[in-house]
Design a protein around this ligand. Sequence first.
Ligand code: NAD
Length: 378
Amino acid sequence: MVAVSDSRAFRVLVLPGDGIGPEIISQTLRVMRWFEAARGFRFEVVEGLAGGASIDATGEPITQAVVDQAVASDAVLFGAVGGPKWDALPRARRPEMGILRLRQTMDLYANLRPAVCFDELLDASAVKPELIAGLDIMIVREATAGVYFSLPRANETGPDGQRRAYDTQAYTEAEIARVCRTAFELARGRSGRVCSVDKANVMETGALWRTVATEVGAQYPDVALSHMYADNCAMQLVRRPKQFDVIVTDNLFGDILSDAAAALTGSLGLLPSASLAGLDHTGRSRALYEPIHGSAPDIAGTGKANPIGTILSFGMALRHSFNAPGAADLLEQAVRRVVASGVRTPDIAAPGVAAVSTIQMTDAVLAALDTLSPDAKR
Ligand code: NAD
């Protein structure tokens, strides 16, 4: 029996977004209701608008009222935003600005991107099966500073008439230290290894990153710290990915390396993510959970979307926001069982294999949860 350590209701803001977002979120809500009925959780769910859906209703990719609700929630469950309907809008008004504004306002500096390989889906990867069998990497990407946010930045015409553009990469030691602490805390619950990735050989920010990561590492003598240059890390992820456990890196390198790690698994629709404001808060900490894929407009409304990435994102919320690692383990085990039993949405089905719908995939996860919890009161 999984014990619920906190009997109060958790406030969850649900932002389905666009495209397949509403389909995968509605199925994840069924899983949340299973945990309420069978495991005694209480979720106060509030639904809001984000992305194109918000633009259509309010003219803005996210309203201040929704941002305020997000900040006041125990967790935000986010679907996906965007689609061709809003592609022609200026950058500041596009659907993606909604999630960027949420990340900044909530100060979600640690983006956790697990890359886990399901052995039954090894053939879906472009990499040799023996290289990725059993793969379980956690990439921790700094997500609120660095080159995507630092000033000055501009795209302008210089005095010589040449167009020129520049960005700035800046980090403070506090920004580096807090995301490193998240990585070390996570490693303690895993195999106890952190690889810090930078370009200390050619970048000032890289040199500071390495110094601060080493200083933080000294406070975690039980965790083994190694350092790697980002270009080597990209190569090692493809050549020998299983050497990694937790990788911690800056915003730009993390953006690229986490996509490369996800591609290793060959299953975009299965992968979750978490964005945290801190693991070490004593009180409530802000957090947002979302699948790593986009709004998949090409399959929206067809019932073909794989809900697993969103369901596992809720699993990360159980672990990191709802103090329930046992419940998170149970949900991950149920998903593994479903994938192992051969239930497939079209995105992970081999050619010629019959595929199930978004709803049927969720039915299978709920049935697996029932099987794994014969004592559940439902
Ligand atoms: P995408 O991830 O939406 O889709 C890429 C491919 O993967 C498509 O063929 C799609 O059908 C498939 N796919 C994605 N998720 C799936 C799932 N759960 N089940 C089955 N198949 C799935 O990426 P894209 O096509 O580059 O972008 C589409 C839109 O999503 C764009 O507007 C983009 O800006 C937006 N986007 C949003 C987010 C976000 O909300 N965080 C992230 C990435 C892209």
